[in-house]
Design a protein. Sequence first.
Length: 289
Amino acid sequence: MHIIDTHLHLVYPQRVRYPWIAGSALNRAFHLDDYRQLAANCGIRAALHMEVDVAQENQLDEVAMIAELAVESGGALAGQIAACRPESGDFARNLGELLLQPTVKGVRRILHTSPDDLSQTPLFAANLRLLAAVDYSFDLCVLARQLRSVALPLVQQCPEVRFVLDHCGVPAIKESTDQTFEEWKSAISELARYPNLHCKLSGLVAYADAGWSVETLRPYAEHVIESFGWDRVVWGSDWPVCTLGGGLVAWVDATKALLRDCSEDQQVRLLYRNAETLYRLGAVTEQRL
């Protein structure tokens, strides 16, 4: 069973600036060749690059860099999700610049480290609605506490836009209590009622403690799949952030264990077919990584 990774981060500090990684365990280079050595042995056939919240002045530089790497990779990088600023009056012009790069399949604005009211203006929603005309998706990266206050209003106001909820809505697994789990679970169920929203099975190992097991992750993975159904879930590695919780191989192995009792068709949809459709990748039929 092969996999399309819909959430790969590549870090090239010599080419663009990443202010957020300063002082963290991720403050070093993570190149495509590093990832490919791990991914090929995990059954990952192709990957989609996710913007890495570079310095704003470097956003188009990152797009150009990933486009170059996509060519050099021979198709291993099947596309990219670019950074955007929907709160800006320049959004339409910036969107036009992204449209010149065919590797771009969608956009993302980091919201989990932003004030909640950043996304709650009429301009933000109006700019997101422009994405429908160009067939771009919008990846939502929000904390569990923002699922109703940030994610839900955007999904409701922009029904024509395809949204993807990153990292299962970032549940606080490490600090989880019965109350926080039920609050996350309820919010996920509510969001899943909107057919324009998909969910990405990713990020869980980075939010779990060092001693996590498959059973630690199971309630979160199973609730996401139950809520969204097999046609609205995709898989992502969140590499190299997943190295904070055991690494790529451990997350792939955990995923396979979580899906062990599922049908082949269900596994195919989650692991690659939905990604091909959602991100307009076409059929990834040959081994690329």
